[in-house]
Design a protein around this ligand. Structure first.
Ligand SMILES: [Zn+2]
Length: 265
């Protein structure tokens, strides 16, 4: 291992990386609909961030994703008021109710949300991203130049492709690379200037991060943890210990996120 790799050294020692820009682009607050999570609160997440040196975590509310945007978003909104320098908010809308969408989009912007989170599950029933109800959501992201974190587990890539082409003002974080269709994710990152791939996944395939850097997309890979479902520290370790150049780690762990989240300059 490279003796000068401060990222791997921090992973080994457990010391927080305070002098690097670490941004977690994929986190959550709140309980799931049918299973408990351990302390899914802003305070618990910030304690985890302080232990590891993560400056900012971009979160959406789990209840909002699972059908209750009205109440779920308020959990994130409260955290944005209390911890504006540590939390970035993804707004979620009740996409099944088209008459609510515009109002919820505008309210989110007024409350300080700076991105959108969408959750469709190709393998289940529910609205696919190419359902007409999503047009207004993605048009809003395009108009306001917002990042969109999209849950993807394979089939959703095809549902999103038309939107990515038609909405160049939005920036797209294609979540859970490694879940399925790896080469298609990589194609999107290469082909579309606004498409990025995001790393969080409960399985950690050996060599995935190295493969993405070797594929030439180190400027398009975004680190995220899926906290509070998953532990930020274990997801961080996937990049800290990857066999890639230090500068690629710096980009993946934060510099790329600054761009895609609209935080840079
Ligand atoms: Zn998630």
């Amino acid at each position: 291992m490279n003796a000068l790799d401060k990222f791997a050294a921090a992973g080994r020692s457990g010391a927080p990386l305070h002098d690097e820009v670490l941004i977690d682009a994929h986190g959550h607050f709140g309980h799931g609909p049918d299973f408990p999570l351990i302390r899914p609160t802003a305070e618990a997440l910030i304690a985890s961030m302080d232990r590891t040196g993560i400056r900012l975590t971009a979160v959406s509310a789990i209840p909002a994703i699972f059908g209750d945007a009205e109440h779920g978003n308020q959990i994130v909104s409260a955290a944005l008021r209390e911890h504006p320098d540590r939390i970035f908010g993804y707004n979620v809308v009740d996409v099944g109710y088209p008459d609510r969408i515009q109002r919820q989009l505008e309210r989110g912007l007024a409350q300080g949300f700076r991105g959108l989170k969408v959750w469709s599950y190709g393998a289940r029933s529910g609205l696919p991203y190419n359902h007409p109800n999503y047009d207004r959501v993605f048009a809003f992201a395009d108009e306001h130049r917002l990042p969109v974190l999209a849950h993807v587990f394979g089939p959703e890539l095809d549902e999103l492709e038309g939107h990515i082409r038609r909405r160049p003002g939005a920036r797209w974080l294609l979540a859970h690379i490694g879940s399925a269709d790896l080469e298609k994710y990589i194609r999107f990152a290469r082909e579309f200037p606004t498409a990025y791939v995001e790393l969080c996944l409960s399985v950690c395939q050996r060599g995935l991060v190295e493969h993405l850097v070797a594929a030439g997309i180190e400027d398009k890979v975004i680190w995220g943890s899926d906290a509070v479902f998953l532990n930020q520290a274990s997801q961080l370790g996937r990049v800290l210990f990857a066999q890639i150049p230090v500068e690629a780690k710096r980009k993946i762990l934060g510099l790329n996120a600054r761009k895609v989240l609209g935080l840079a300059g």
